[in-house]
Design a protein around this ligand. Structure first.
Ligand SMILES: Cc1cc2nc3c(=O)[nH]c(=O)nc-3n(C[C@H](O)[C@H](O)[C@H](O)COP(=O)(O)OP(=O)(O)OC[C@H]3O[C@@H](n4cnc5c(N)ncnc54)[C@H](O)[C@@H]3O)c2cc1C
Length: 476
């Protein structure tokens, strides 16, 4: 948004009055660092010497009251507001694509209460998730939310994208871990959702804001569940020689009990990442299963697991590889292991029920590798539910095959995404499981929802009639 310098000064002075001058910045370096998140396009654009769209001013309120003051000013002047947590999102959600105010939540990082009776932590949404995990650990508990970006992303960011961690199969996604939230609406009103979820007092307000990617307001405080540390956490690695058997075994296991971790790697990932990081040398599809809780229950679960996996011909690799996987779970994202520039890449992150998921995997692989011979397709299946699972499906184009011109590189990236996601949609999948939509997938939301999109648009129009909150994200 282009503001003339007179109006910019007027608005900046009002924002400084609201949050303190030291908590507002118009410095070039701050604008630059808040213009690139973990979205490949933004990183490529900057890497090629181009400048991403930047905010006019960055403000960091300390609580809901200050956030409310900022949103009231923004609403009055009709200035866009983009909320920024850790900037670790992969969908361009936190990028201020039309300028305006960038609202950085990181001063809202206070831990108010570790409540071991109510089994929750109350904290500001700007807290890095690892910090609330430490707070829980100090009292002998755990959050059980272990995404690979635990140390760089915030509570608010995970809520905004409906994030997930490696132990999701037992403990659920972030929405299953949320009790109550404080939210500042676009008009500046501060609201609280109900003190307990799963009620019958109308639709659950938490679920309106979770996954809304900063388009409906700013979440400022949250009560996140904590859990007892398990008496025992046991691991078992397996090798499948046939993906269909692996899906059948996983599906059947989920009808009996919920392991915490369940990860199936296709042959391409087993022979590369799993070989390098976990040390599995054999050919096949590696699957790691962790099950945890009271020791007596773990023993029973072990027997059920072995019986089912044996039936589907899984080769038992013992506990060693699974334990190594757990220790190295974040190493997968370290430089050298993670895809990185100058490669062109994307994680498509598709979710579907069991009757569709395997077909989606093969169809996406075929569509991408046929239409884009310069691309490789690799996948693992990270999060399993009783009814289906998600594909962490990735395409990679090596640097020497990526156009040097950033405009052409952008078009290639968009085209591969269109191909992959449209193939998933055509076969009954959903656009995304846990990375969110952002600017990256906004155009595909209407294709996903059709006329149902008007429900989201209606809520948006009602809560944010001036359209100031995170424009163009989530397809809104
Ligand atoms: C190496 C790596 C590994 C990753 N692994 C995982 C993983 O295992 N699981 C997973 O779920 N994700 C993962 N991600 C993705 C990323 O960590 C998540 O999308 C996370 O939710 C982003 O949080 P953030 O604080 O960094 O948010 P940002 O990138 O700052 O913002 C993301 C979106 O949330 C909105 N937002 C942020 N805070 C608020 C708030 N308080 N109120 C309203 N809207 C808000 C922003 O406007 C934006 O739309 C990974 C990312 C990387 C780089």
């Amino acid at each position: 948004m282009q503001l003339n310098s007179f109006m910019m000064d007027i608005i900046a002075s009002e924002l400084e009055d609201a949050v303190g001058r030291e908590n507002c910045s118009t410095r070039e370096i701050d604008k630059l660092t808040h213009s690139v998140d973990y979205f490949w396009l933004s990183r490529m654009w900057a890497d090629r010497g181009e400048r991403m769209p930047e905010a006019d001013i960055i403000v960091a309120p300390k609580d809901a009251k200050e956030t409310s003051a900022v949103l009231k000013i923004a609403n009055y002047y009709k200035i866009p507001v983009t909320t920024w947590g850790g900037g670790g999102g992969t969908q361009g959600g936190a990028i201020p694509v039309v300028g305006g105010i960038l609202l950085d939540t990181k001063r809202m990082n206070k831990i108010y209460d570790v409540n071991t009776r109510g089994m929750y932590i109350e904290c500001g949404t700007g807290a890095i998730y690892k910090h609330i995990e430490w707070a829980a650990n100090e009292k002998g508990y755990a959050t059980m939310h272990y995404p690979s970006s635990l140390t760089c992303s915030t509570v608010g960011g995970f809520l905004a994208h409906r994030g997930i961690g490696v132990s999701s199969t037992k403990y659920g996604k972030i929405d299953d871990m949320t009790l109550q939230m404080e939210v500042v609406l676009p008009n500046g009103d501060i609201i609280e959702t109900s003190p307990a979820p799963k009620h019958a007092a109308g639709p659950d307000l938490n679920q309106i804001f979770i996954g809304s990617e900063g388009t409906l307001g700013v979440m400022t405080k949250a009560q996140m569940r904590i859990y007892e540390q398990p008496e025992e956490r046991r691991f078992r690695g397996f090798l499948f020689h046939n993906m269909t058997d692996a899906f059948n075994a996983g599906r059947e296991l989920l009808q009996k009990f919920k392991p915490s971790v369940m990860r199936l790697y296709d042959e391409a990932e087993t022979s590369t990442l799993i070989k390098k990081i976990v040390g599995v040398e054999k050919k096949g599809a590696f699957m790691n299963v962790a099950y945890e809780g009271p020791a007596a229950l773990v023993e029973v679960e072990h027997k059920i697991l072995m019986d089912i996996f044996n039936k589907y011909g899984a080769e038992d690799l013992g506990s060693e590889y699974g334990e190594k996987w757990w220790d190295e779970k974040i190493t997968f994202f370290y430089p050298g292991n993670m895809m990185d520039l100058p490669q062109c890449f994307g994680t498509m992150d598709t979710i579907a029920p069991y009757d569709k998921i395997e077909k989606i995997y093969w169809e996406m692989k075929k569509a991408i590798e046929t239409n884009f011979p310069q691309a490789r397709f690799i996948a693992h299946f990270s999060h399993w539910y009783e009814w289906g699972c998600m594909i962490y499906d990735r395409f990679i184009v090596d640097g020497d095959k990526v156009p040097k011109d950033p405009h052409e590189a952008l078009r290639l990236h968009q085209a591969i995404w269109n191909c992959g996601v449209r193939t998933a949609l055509a076969n009954g999948g959903v656009v995304n499981d846990h990375h969110g939509v952002g600017i990256k997938l906004g155009r595909l939301m209407k294709e996903q929802y059709g006329p149902a999109m008007q429900v989201f648009e209606g809520i948006k129009k009602q809560l944010d009639p001036n359209g100031i909150m995170n424009p163009f994200k989530l397809g809104l």
